[in-house]
Write a protein that binds this ligand. Structure first.
Ligand SMILES: C[S@@+](CC[C@H](N)C(=O)[O-])C[C@H]1O[C@@H](n2cnc3c(N)ncnc32)[C@H](O)[C@@H]1O
Length: 233
């Protein structure tokens, strides 16, 4: 295994709270919320109209969404990309139209998918887990067919005060005894989950040559859902 892949795995395990099994359980529990009716309406609104799509779920976790798609659409070709061993372990026997690729999406080689081979890329709660998303956005532009679409959902940056009040209720920061270890860890966690505004995400997508075609605010502005297309020449 490459040193970079290993370093990303270690980073992610800490980001996921230090307990891979719990993190995988949480992904199963939040599956429905991450793929609720609003998500499905947005998904169908932007899905290219063809019976034979090639769809890649980037950061697919236990691949539950792909499994549902595989059952419903035997003519789709489906690929999941994942790096965390505790997520990969949870992926059950694969249907014939689904494959899983192990790769680090921080800097995915463009060869992970053939150029202009994908109709749809999905990045559901992935982007905030990357060190930077530019290299992935650029690769997605390379993988998508002209007219192909990226659907992205993620948390977006929040002001710090409501977060502090939620995390440390009833705390008078001027006088309370504070643990340095707890404060360091809490702020690390804050910055790992509050990286970009929705505008930042759209601008990075546009800088990489993708065209933002839709964007909705979710969870009282704490998350955003974006559709971006690889423009037709
Ligand atoms: C919050 S989970 C979301 C899982 C799934 N997309 C969903 O919506 O239920 C993010 C997933 O992205 C994966 N991930 C994070 N960074 C990654 C990277 N650099 N390369 C590949 N996968 C990554 C994590 O291991 C995790 O399974």
């Amino acid at each position: 295994m490459s040193q970079e892949l290993n370093a990303t795995r270690q980073y992610l395990e800490r980001h996921h709270g230090g307990d891979g099994k719990k993190a995988a359980d949480r992904t199963v529990t939040t599956h429905e919320r991450n793929h609720d009716n609003e998500f499905m309406a947005f998904w169908h609104a932007h899905l290219p109209s063809s019976e034979q799509l090639h769809i890649a779920d980037l950061g697919c976790g236990p691949a539950l969404f792909l499994r549902d798609l595989a059952k419903e659409h035997p003519d789709y070709r489906l690929s999941g990309v994942e790096i965390a061993p505790y997520m990969l372990e949870r992926i059950e026997a694969l249907p014939a139209n689904l494959d899983i690729r192990v790769a680090d999406l921080n800097a995915p080689g463009e060869q992970l998918f053939a150029p202009h081979s994908l109709d749809v890329c999905l990045a559901n709660q992935l982007i905030h887990e990357l060190h930077q998303p530019l290299m992935l956005f650029r690769a997605i532009r390379h993988w998508l067919k002209p007219g192909g679409v990226l659907i992205l959902t993620d948390m977006v940056r929040q002001p710090i005060r409501p977060w502090l009040e939620h995390k440390f209720p009833d705390t008078d920061f001027a006088s309370a005894t504070l643990s340095a270890a707890v404060m360091h860890d809490s702020f690390r966690d804050y910055f790992e989950h509050n990286r970009y505004t929705a505008d930042d995400l759209c601008e990075m997508l546009e800088l990489c040559g993708l065209q933002v075609v839709d964007r909705v605010s979710l969870r009282s502005g704490r998350a955003s859902r974006i559709a971006a297309r690889n423009p037709q020449p």
